[in-house]
Structures are given as C-alpha cells and as structure tokens.
Design a protein around this ligand. Structure first.
Ligand SMILES: Nc1ncnc2c1ncn2[C@@H]1O[C@H](COP(=O)(O)OP(=O)(O)OP(=O)(O)O)[C@@H](O)[C@H]1O
Length: 297
C-alpha cells in the first residue's frame, strides 16, 4: 500500500486476514471508506464484522493484509490518533457507579474539543436520567450512554458496532436523527447492524461479509445486483394456488392478469427490501460454500 494517502479516504483495508488458532475468521477482506461516508458492514452472526471493526480500532492484531485508518496503521496508532476516533463497542460491560452526567463529563475531559455534556445528553435523549447511576439504567439506556461516549469527542471517524441493540423503536428513530446530524457535520461512519432497515436508512454503501469473506459491496441500491431488485407480483389463482411473477413492469403484468380473468385474490406488488436482497445473497453464499466443502466421494 502506498505511503502517501489522499485525505479523502479514511479507511483502507486490503486482503485483511485474521486467524484464531486454526480457525480463519477473516479470509482476505478489502474495502475503502471515503471521508464523510457512512459504510455498513452487514453479515450473519460470526461472519467477522466485529473482528474487522476491532482490528481497525486497534484493539486486535491482524494476521495478514494491510489496514490504514485516518492514514495510520491501527496496530501503531497513538493517543492522538485514538482521540480522532469515536468508538461504540458491541459490549462495553459498563457497570458504572457514577451518574450519566459524571461519566460524560469525565470522558469529555479527555478530548481537546469535546461537545458539551448537556448537548450530548440531549442528543441521546437521557435528560431524565442524567443524575441516575449508570448501573441503574435499563439496557437500552446504557446503550445510549455508549453512543454518547462515542460521539462526545467530536470524532472524525465513528465506529458503531450494533449501536441500537436494545433500543425501543422511538429511541432507534432518534438515533437515526443523531447519525444524520453527525453525517451533515462531515463525520465518517463505519456501522455494523442486524437491522437492515437501519443500514438502508443511514448508509451510503455497504459490504456484505459471510464466512470471513466479502461477498458483495456497493451502494445500498446496488447490493445484490439489479436482478435482485426486480419487483414481485403475488396473487392467488382461481384454483386457490399461490402464484408469483418477477417482472420489471408489474403494472403491465397486473393489467394483463385482470384482463384475462376474475379479480385475483391477495394481489400484491412487492419491491424487495435491502433485507430481502441480503437474505438471498447470504443464502446463495451458504449454498455455494456447502457445495464447495462437500466431501469428494
Ligand atoms: N477471541 C477469539 N477466539 C476465537 N475465535 C474468535 C474470537 N473472536 C471471534 N472469534 C470467532 O471469529 C468469528 C467471527 O467473529 P465476529 O465476532 O467477528 O463475528 P460478527 O460478524 O461480529 O458476529 P455477530 O453478528 O454475532 O456479532 C466467529 O466464528 C467467532 O466465534
């Protein structure tokens, strides 16, 4: 990887590998994140998302490949480099015997130009809990503290590992607003989530990882390819049999269906969501890998 880097790329990953003993968790993953971009890393449990993110945060050593985060090899990132990152880990195990406000004020003191404690408390909607001990908060409220700690230092690059797990629907929507605000300020974001609607709402691009390999990468509306986005018409025919047809011209198809016979039952036109496309991709991947690993007889 070249030593001089444009400031337009905040994360560069090439052929990233990680083994835990004989087990290969990452098997050659490559992607870039541009400044100001929100990039989602999607994939099933155990795919290698947290491993990737923790390598980029400098918490785990890689076994092979190259990585640069804000132009620095994360294995050699110093305190100043760390201060430019915001990190929301998957599990913080935060059991604090301090109040929300005390914890935030303590963290704010570690940064050169932090956000105000009041502003952050408002941003994550913990106004009513600011004087509550962290260990007395609910799971979702603690998660909001994690998010608050991730953003208080005005990070250039924010790592969010399943940030909204445990959030109620209202808190999730507020969190989306918070991310939109950070984006509008130019923050670059690497997000992992199992909520595909969240990824679709917030991200510019996504990478889908399965079995330690990147199986697709692209803009949210490109993931899975154009074919995967073709609408599906579903109906029940005169014999009560459920039918479906993929077609780029669903209106035309429905008009023909109506012209040809009686009103079809349960008629609907479905546009595959990111979740539909993702599930197909991951299912295709596991079929291919199980065929590849089928023993030779
Ligand atoms: N310290 C470790 N020692 C051994 N194996 C590990 C270790 N950490 C992770 N693994 C394994 O590496 C694989 C990838 O784990 P990782 O946590 O990166 O997955 P993930 O995509 O983040 O999954 P999830 O969606 O469940 O959070 C898993 O099979 C996991 O069991």
């Amino acid at each position: 990887m070249a030593e001089t880097r444009g400031t337009d790329t905040v994360v560069e990953v090439r052929d990233l590998r990680k083994s835990y003993g004989a087990f290969t968790a990452l098997d050659g993953v490559s992607f870039d994140i541009a400044r100001g971009e929100t990039f989602a890393l999607l994939g099933p449990n155990g795919a290698g998302k947290s491993t990737t993110i923790e390598i980029l945060e400098g918490y785990r050593a890689r076994s092979g490949g190259e990585a640069r985060v804000l132009g620095v090899d994360p294995q050699h990132g110093g305190v100043e480099w760390k201060a430019r990152l915001g990190i929301v880990l998957q599990n913080t195990g935060e059991t604090g015997n301090v109040t929300v406000r005390e914890q935030l004020a303590h963290f704010a003191g570690m940064y050169a130009n932090p956000r105000g404690v009041d502003e952050v408390i408002r941003m994550v909607g913990l106004e009513r809990q600011e004087k509550t001990l962290i260990r007395r908060l609910s799971g979702g409220q603690r998660r909001r503290v994690d998010v608050a700690l991730g953003v208080i230092g005005r990070p250039e690059l924010l790592f969010l590992d399943e940030p909204t797990t445990g959030f109620d629907p209202e808190a999730r929507r507020s969190f989306w607003e918070l991310i939109r605000l950070l984006k509008s300020e130019g923050t670059s974001i690497l997000l992992t989530t199992h909520y595909l609607d969240e990824a679709a709402q917030l991200s510019d691009r996504a990478g889908v990882i399965a079995g330690g390999r990147l199986i697709d990468i692209g803009r949210i509306d490109e993931i899975g390819g154009a074919e995967a986005r073709v609408p599906i018409v579903r109906w029940t025919d005169a014999d009560g049999i459920p039918r479906e047809q993929r077609t780029a011209r669903p209106g035309e198809f429905v008009a023909r269906l109506l012209a040809d016979g009686p009103e079809p039952g349960g008629l609907e036109i479905v546009r595959p969501s990111l979740e539909d496309v993702y599930l197909t991709l991951v299912a295709q991947h596991s079929t291919t890998t199980s065929l590849e690993t089928e023993p030779v007889r």
